[in-house]
Design a protein around this ligand. Structure first.
Ligand SMILES: [Zn+2]
Length: 222
């Protein structure tokens, strides 16, 4: 902007246009906020009047609360509400997979799984409900491998999208929940150990970290 005797002679002004809106997690004010996705046209101005175009600006994502502007990659981060729902679904998928690996007939494991799922955010989950869910997903007569593959796929679907957004403690927490279900009726079985290793892989934890976490849970009385 050029000033002569305190007057703006020429400058560049951006005229913003809103293309869409929604809710995102604002990294500036740290919460779920509404946003406007905006693009702009830069205009050369003389004495405050637009005289010529000077290209495009944006697109940007503008927070409605703090008015901070971010690149559109800010929309890739899940909102807190979405993250909570993803965590809940992940805990549910882990509980089911561990239960199948250990044999769903164990009453103690079913009880521990239902408790983990309730804690994760499905307060009405019961052992019966888990048993019914398993019967639907792995009907009687399904070869064990098919059943395991199906649950492994569900595990990947539930945990994969979380992996990039969860702090290490969050990943460990999910793994520990699964480990407690596996240990509720005795030491880890090979199939349980394998399932828990798959949980670690889906969460992008190193095999060493997964192993040390699982061993630490096994040493800790519940
Ligand atoms: Zn904000």
């Amino acid at each position: 902007m050029l000033r002569i005797l305190g007057l703006c002679v020429w400058g560049v002004r951006t005229v913003w246009h809103t293309e869409s809106d929604g809710v995102f997690f604002c990294p500036d004010c740290g919460g779920d906020r509404s946003y406007r996705r905006r693009t702009g046209r830069r205009l050369l101005t003389v004495m405050g009047l637009p005289v010529a175009p000077r290209g495009q600006a944006g697109p940007v994502v503008e927070c409605s609360a703090c008015h901070g502007r971010h690149g559109t990659e800010a929309l890739e981060h899940p909102t807190s509400a979405r993250l909570t729902a993803m965590l809940r679904d992940a805990a549910h998928a882990v509980a089911l997979a561990v239960l199948v690996a250990g044999g769903p007939d164990s009453r103690r494991a079913r009880r521990a799984a239902a408790e983990a799922v309730r804690e994760a955010g499905f307060p009405d989950c019961t052992e019966e409900e888990l048993r019914a869910l398993l019967a639907v997903r792995c009907p009687e007569g399904t070869p064990a491998d098919d059943c395991g593959n199906r649950l492994a796929e569900q595990l990947r679907d539930a945990l994969g999208p979380l992996a990039g957004h969860l702090a290490l403690q969050g990943c460990e927490h999910l793994l520990v929940q699964g480990a407690r279900i596996a240990l509720s009726d005795g030491p880890y079985l090979p199939a349980e150990r394998e399932t828990l290793a798959a949980v670690g892989r889906c969460l992008m934890m190193s095999p060493e970290h997964t192993d040390s976490t699982l061993e630490a849970v096994a040493r800790t009385p519940s």
